[in-house]
Design a protein around this ligand. Structure first.
Ligand code: AHM
Ligand code: MG
Length: 340
C-alpha cells in the first residue's frame, strides 16, 4: 500500500473519538459527552461569529454571581453548553462559571460524568470581534469530595471539588480566525480545526509538545504597581536584553484561551498573578486553571500557582480563584524561583 496520504483522507473529531473508544481509552459515555461538547462549541462559534448581526453584543444588564456584568453571549453560551450536556443524557453534574452552584442533571437522564466549564471566556473581547473561547474539564464522581448542588430547586451534595490531577479529559475551543478545538484524554494533546465547508472538526495536529522555553510573556502589566516586589523583579528581568541582545516580547489578548493557545504553540509563559487588590488573582481554579494545566502538562509544559502544581490543589469552593503561571517548563520554573 502507498504511504502517501490522500488529500481527501481526513480524520474528524467524531471518527477520532470512536477510535479512542474502540481502543479502550474512553468509554461510550465519555464519547457521547465529548461529542455533545463539540456540538455546543460549534453552536457557540456560530453565535460568536454572528454576534454583531444578531445583536448579541453589549451588556445585558444582569450581573452574574460574581458581581460581573453578564454579557448577552455569556448567558446564551451557558444555555447552549448546559443544554447540549443535559440532552447527551450522560452528564451527572455540571458546574459553570455562569451559575452560582453546580447543577445536577435530572435523575431520569443522569449519567456519571461531571463536567466543569466556562462557556465563553474572555467575553469582554466580543464587541470588538477579538478571540474568545470555551474551556471544559471532565471528572468521574468521587464520593470523598462533596459540594452543594442545586437539583430542580432542592439542594443536594455531589462530588465536584476534585483536584485537577483527577481530570479524565480537558479541552478548549478557541473562536478566532479559525475555530480550534483542543483536547486531551490524558495521553497527549490533539488539535482539531473546524472546517467551515463541512461543519466538522478535522484533526490538524497530534501529540502537540510545547517548546521547553520561549521568549514571549503574557501578563496584564497594567497591574504592575499592585504586584509584590518579587514578581516585579521577575518582570523587570524579562526586559533585560541579556546575552542575545533581545528581551522577551509582550503579547496579551486578555482572553485566556487565545493567550494560552499561542503559548502552547510558540512557547513562553502566561501569568495571572495575585496582587494587592485580588489576593488570589482572577482566574478560577476549577474550570479555567485546572483544565489548562492538565492540557499543558500533557504537552510537556507546566502549570503553577507560583509555588505549587495547579493540579495538586483541591478546590474548596466552586468559584475559587488561584494565581496562574502556565506555559513552557523553563519559563514557569523561572518565575517560581523569583517568587520563592
Ligand atoms: P472572564 O471569565 O470574566 O471572561 O475573565 C477571564 C479573563 C481571561 O480570559 C483573561 O485572561 C483575563 O480574564 C483577563 O483579565 P484582565 O482584563 O484583568 O487582564
Ligand atoms: Mg472565564
Amino acid at each position: 500500500a502507498s504511504s502517501t496520504k490522500s488529500s481527501y483522507e481526513i480524520v474528524t473529531l467524531t471518527t477520532w473519538l470512536l477510535k479512542q473508544e474502540q481502543a479502550g481509552v474512553i468509554d461510550n459515555e465519555m464519547t457521547i459527552v465529548l461529542a455533545s461538547i463539540s456540538t455546543a462549541c460549534k453552536q457557540i462559534a456560530a453565535l460568536v461569529q454572528r454576534a454583531p448581526i444578531s445583536n448579541l453584543t453589549g451588556v445585558q444588564g444582569a450581573v452574574n454571581v460574581q458581581g460581573e456584568d453578564q454579557k448577552k453571549l455569556d448567558v446564551v453560551s451557558n444555555e447552549v453548553f448546559s443544554n447540549c450536556l443535559k440532552s447527551s443524557g450522560r452528564t451527572g453534574v455540571i458546574a459553570s462559571e455562569e451559575e452560582d452552584v453546580p447543577v445536577a442533571v435530572e435523575e431520569s437522564y443522569s449519567g456519571n460524568y461531571i463536567v466543569v466549564f466556562d462557556p465563553l471566556d474572555g467575553s469582554s473581547n466580543i464587541d470588538a470581534a477579538v478571540s474568545t473561547g470555551s474551556i471544559f474539564g471532565i471528572y468521574a464522581p468521587n464520593d470523598e469530595c462533596l459540594a452543594d448542588v442545586e437539583n430542580s430547586g432542592t439542594r443536594c451534595v455531589v462530588s465536584v471539588c476534585q483536584p485537577g490531577s483527577n481530570l479524565l479529559a480537558a479541552g478548549y475551543c478557541m473562536y478566532s480566525s479559525s475555530v480550534i478545538f483542543v483536547l486531551t484524554l490524558g495521553a497527549g494533546v490533539y488539535v482539531f480545526t473546524l472546517d467551515p465547508m463541512y461543519g466538522e472538526f478535522v484533526l490538524t495536529q497530534e501529540k502537540v509538545q510545547i517548546p521547553k522555553a520561549g521568549k514571549i510573556y503574557a501578563f496584564n502589566e497594567g497591574n504592575y504597581a499592585l504586584w509584590d516586589d518579587k514578581l516585579k523583579k521577575y518582570m523587570d528581568s524579562l526586559k533585560e536584553p541579556g546575552d542575545s541582545g533581545k528581551p522577551y516580547s509582550a503579547r496579551y489578548i486578555g482572553s485566556l484561551v487565545g493567550d494560552f493557545h499561542r503559548t502552547l504553540l510558540y512557547g513562553g509563559i502566561y501569568g495571572y498573578p495575585r496582587d494587592r487588590k485580588s489576593k488570589n488573582g482572577k482566574l478560577r481554579l476549577l474550570y479555567e486553571c485546572a483544565p489548562m494545566s492538565f492540557i499543558v502538562e500533557q504537552a510537556g509544559g507546566k502549570g503553577s500557582d507560583g509555588h505549587q502544581r495547579i493540579l495538586d490543589i483541591t478546590p474548596t469552593e466552586i468559584h475559587q480563584r488561584v494565581p496562574l503561571y502556565i506555559g513552557s517548563v523553563e519559563e514557569v520554573d523561572k518565575v517560581e524561583k523569583f517568587l520563592a
